[in-house]
Each structure stands twice: as structure tokens, then as C-alpha cells.
Design a protein around this ligand. Structure first.
Ligand SMILES: Nc1ncnc2c1ncn2[C@@H]1O[C@H](COP(=O)(O)OP(=O)(O)O)[C@@H](O)[C@H]1O
Ligand SMILES: [Mg+2]
Length: 486
């Protein structure tokens, strides 16, 4: 049950309870006040009846004892002699005395003769009466007044109480619903903001900019929640900024370090090469050592270049968009691969007319080269490699397929991570760095595309999807902005 419904229902229940208590109290009070008034009247009626009894002639009491002056309509007067109702009458509205049957008077014979008021039910005709029985010589005189007016006013009051309660209920539920809705509206806003934040991809601290709860009045409960929530968002944004700063520092460091390593590496390579050229005068051991130094420095140079490129791609730089002829790019890469691996069968599956995509030619060339080189270097000789280009709905798919031994399924999820290699000494010695696919992934992402792999023994396919339009770039204020194709 929602908090809103519970609050409204409690208010309504409270109104019902209060109305019931007040209504019941009023009815009981009215009843007892009216009954004491009747009892008072009854005393006067009794003394009037006794006086008129004394005035009766020697023939004993007649119906006239029920009609002394001042007696109210409905007054009951019964004269009992030896336990039998000798004379009994009721005064009607016209002031006449109507005799009552001895059967109707029978319950009156059982009233305690003590002069106090008692309530007696005299059947359907007369209804309930308030009566007193008093001894008069050997006889008993019973005088009564009808309770009907008391019950009538009690019923009327009950009706009024019910109507008033119903109206109060309607009013209370309407007012409670409106008040609860009004006071819970800020809470709704807090909940909306919280779920908006929960849906956000919290990758950049800027996404949290301007996301705040407007209700922050510290005098209200919701305001305190809102304040705490805003403060929490501030902390999260701060933590994210700190993380971004440290990531930025690491990237900067890697970029600087790679950059700084290029020059000494070039010297090492240059001197090794120089020494190899003068090899004739050197002992074979030294020649071998120098050639190892040269090949390892080549490997290290390419690793440093890869690291530098990755660091720059991470910073969002290093991609310059222009129209790129993907077909020409693939043709070049395949020709190079033919020359490098004459023992592999390399086929092409491209449309006859050139396929042009928006992108950075040098980086896309690197993607194709990395994938084709992998298909050459990580498969045995004689493997068939097919490089294909296919137009799809929203762009172009570039595929590099080979029928080599495939990639270990356990290794597949880590394939695009940095320095990830299916660890074998062969691939290490073949100049493997484990950065090739990480670069492919970073370049493709910078183009707004995605790369996927599917591999079973005998069939490994890398699919690079490139969109037909330039990706939206993040502007300085963190909002995304679409850029028209150049
Ligand atoms: N076509 C392929 N067939 C089999 N294994 C592959 C293929 N492409 C990539 N791999 C595996 O993925 C690993 C990572 O590749 P990559 O990131 O290019 O690094 P590197 O080529 O420098 O080892 C490789 O070491 C290799 O084990
Ligand atoms: Mg590679």
C-alpha cells in the first residue's frame, strides 16, 4: 500500500472514530437528560393523580382519576386493588380518558411498589412507559408517562449524527487526499531524481552536473532528505572527478613516457644497425647479440608506438575524420600481407565499386593491418584468410575471416584487453605485444563503431562495424553534439 493511501485511510479512520465517540456520547447524554425530565414530570403527574383519587366519591375510584387538570396527554393511570387492575386509563390528545384492557395493564402489576421510576414495555399498542407505583391505603396507584418522545428524539439525533459523520468523512477524505498529495509532491521529486540518477551511465562526472533535488528546505523532512541526497550526489561527482583526474594523470604519464622512449630507442636501433653493417670484422657471437638487440629494439619501438597511440585514443584525440576509401585500404593491406606471408591463401570479398566511410584513414588502415596480421601470424601456414566488406543498414561491416585453429573460448572475453595474448612462446617470439586488438577496439570505438569476434576451430571471424555517419562528439560541457559528416 502506498504511503499516500495509508495516510488518507488513517485520517478517515480517525474521523470515523472521533465521530462515533462524539455521536454515542451525545445520544447517551440526550437519553439520560430526557429521561430525568420525564421522571420529574412523572412525580408531578403522580401527585396530581393521588389528589384526584382523594377527591373521588364513596363508590370507589372511577376513570376520572386519570383526568386531573394539568395532566399531560399520554399519561397512564391504573388503580390496583388486591393485585387486579380495577380502573386503568390513558389520557388521549383530545383530553379524554380511554380505558385500557386489564391484559394491557397486567405488566404494571409487577412493578415494584417503591415510588421510584421504572421502565416497562406495555406491548405494541402503548409502547414503553416510565412508571411509578405508590401504595394508597390497601390499593396501589400506578402512574406512567410514555417514553416514545425520548426514543423519537434519540432516533432523530442518531440520524443527524450519521449525516454529519458522512459529510465530515467526505470532506476529511478530500482534504486529506489533497494535503497528502501536496506534502508528498517533494518526495516524488526526490524519487524521480533518484531513479533518474540510477538510470544514468555514471562514466563521466559531468553527467551529474545540474542533477539536483529542488526541495532542500531543512525545516521539512523531505527537505532534509533532499539536502542529504544532493550532498551525496556532490560526493559521487567529486569521487568521479578524482578518478577522472587520476586516470588522466596515468594516461598523460603513459603518453609522456612512450614519447620520451622513442628517441633513445631510435639511437639503440641505429647503433645496432650500424654495428651489423660492420659485422665482417666482428666475432659471430657479437654479430648474433647485435642482431638480437636490433630486432628487440624494433619490437620495443612498435610497442611504444602502440602505447602512445592507445594513450592518445583514450584522451579522445588522434582521430581526424575525412572520407576514407575502405576498399582501397583493404586492397593495400591484402597486397602487403601477400608479400609478407606467401604461404597463406588470402582472398578478397569486396563490392566492385569503392566503399567510402567517414573516418581516419591512417587509423582504419591500422585496424585492417592488425586484423590481417593476426590472421597471418596466429594461424599455421596454408590457412585461408578472407577479407570482406559488406554494406549493412546503418553503415559498413568489415570482416576478416580465417580457417585456422580458432581462439580458446576461455580467452575470448579478454581478447580486446591490453596485453592480452593466448600465452604461447611462439606468439611471443613472433613479435606479439597483445596490444593489436586493444588498438582495433579503441580506434573502432572512436569512430562510433563496434568490433565483435566469433571463433570456432576452423572458422574465426572478426567483424568491424563502422557507422555511415560521424559519431556525436562530447563537447566541453559534457553534452553530446551531433557533427555532420565532412
Ligand atoms: N585470427 C586469430 N586466430 C587465432 N588467434 C588469434 C587471432 N587473432 C588474435 N588471436 C589471439 O589473440 C591474441 C591477441 O591479439 P593481439 O591483441 O593482436 O596481440 P598480438 O597479436 O600482439 O599477440 C593473440 O596473441 C592471439 O593469441
Ligand atoms: Mg596482433
Amino acid at each position: 500500500m502506498t504511503l499516500r493511501r495509508r495516510l488518507v485511510l488513517s485520517t478517515v479512520a480517525l474521523v470515523v472514530a472521533v465521530s462515533a465517540v462524539i455521536g454515542a456520547g451525545s445520544i447517551i447524554a440526550l437519553f439520560s437528560i430526557q429521561r430525568s425530565a420525564i421522571d420529574q414530570q412523572l412525580q408531578y403527574a403522580t401527585s396530581r393523580a393521588q389528589k384526584s383519587l382523594q377527591n373521588q366519591g364513596p363508590n370507589g375510584p372511577s376513570l376520572e382519576i386519570g383526568r386531573p387538570s394539568g395532566q399531560a396527554a399520554g399519561t397512564l393511570t391504573v388503580y390496583f386493588l388486591n393485585g387486579n387492575a380495577a380502573v386503568g386509563s390513558v389520557l388521549d390528545n383530545a383530553g379524554d380518558v380511554d380505558r385500557i384492557s386489564s391484559a394491557a395493564a397486567r405488566p404494571l402489576g409487577e412493578v415494584t411498589v417503591d415510588g421510584a421510576a421504572h421502565t416497562v414495555d406495555l406491548g405494541s399498542e402503548l409502547g414503553r412507559y416510565r412508571v411509578t407505583a405508590a401504595p394508597v391505603g390497601p390499593a396501589v396507584l400506578v402512574v406512567g408517562l410514555p417514553m416514545a418522545p425520548v426514543y423519537e428524539s434519540v432516533w432523530k439525533l442518531l440520524g443527524v449524527v450519521l449525516v454529519v459523520t458522512a459529510v465530515a468523512l467526505l470532506a476529511a477524505s478530500a482534504v486529506a487526499a489533497a494535503a497528502v498529495r501536496r506534502s508528498l509532491r517533494p518526495l516524488d521529486r526526490v524519487a524521480e531524481t533518484a531513479s533518474a540518477v540510477a538510470r544514468m551511465p555514471l562514466e563521466r562526472s559531468e553527467t551529474l552536473d545540474g542533477v539536483r533535488v529542488p526541495d532542500t528546505d531543512p525545516r521539512t523532512e523531505v527537505g532534509r532528505v533532499g539536502t542529504a541526497f544532493n550532498r551525496m550526489l556532490g560526493h559521487i561527482a567529486g569521487a568521479m572527478q578524482a578518478r577522472e583526474r587520476s586516470e588522466q594523470k596515468v594516461r598523460q604519464f603513459v603518453a609522456d613516457a612512450s614519447h620520451e622512449l622513442r628517441t633513445p630507442l631510435a639511437s639503440v636501433r641505429g647503433y645496432a644497425e650500424l654495428t651489423r653493417r660492420m659485422g665482417a670484422d666482428l666475432p659471430p657471437d657479437v654479430v648474433y647479440a647485435m642482431s638480437r638487440i636490433e630486432s628487440e629494439s624494433v619490437r620495443m619501438t612498435s610497442m611504444v608506438e602502440d602505447l602512445l597511440l592507445l594513450a592518445r585514443l583514450d584522451e579522445g584525440r588522434e582521430v581526424q575524420f575525412a572520407d576514407v576509401d575502405l576498399t582501397g585500404l583493404v586492397l593495400d593491406a591484402v597486397n602487403d600481407a601477400h608479400a609478407a606471408s606467401p604461404d597463406h591463401v588470402i582472398a578478397l570479398d569486396v563490392p566492385s565499386e569503392p566503399v567510402v566511410v567517414p573516418g581516419d584513414a591512417a587509423r582504419l588502415h591500422q585496424v585492417v593491418v592488425n586484423l590481417v596480421t593476426n590472421a597471418r601470424t596466429h594461424t599455421p601456414e596454408g590457412t585461408r584468410i578472407t577479407v570482406g566488406i559488406h554494406r549493412v543498414a546503418d553503415g559498413v561491416d568489415l570482416t576478416v575471416r580465417d580457417d585456422g585453429q580458432g581462439i580458446d573460448p576461455e580467452f575470448l572475453p579478454k581478447l580486446f584487453e591490453r596485453f592480452a595474448r593466448a600465452d604461447s612462446s611462439r606468439s611471443r617470439s613472433a613479435g606479439s605485444t597483445g596490444l593489436g586488438l586493444a588498438i582495433v577496439d579503441a580506434v573502432v570505438q572512436a569512430h562510433g563503431g563496434r568490433v565483435a569476434v566469433a571463433s570456432v576451430p576452423g572458422d574465426t571471424v572478426f567483424t568491424v562495424h563502422l557507422p555511415a555517419t560521424r559519431p556525436a562528439v562530447a563537447t566541453a560541457d559534457g553534452s553530446a553534439k551531433a557533427v555532420p559528416t565532412a
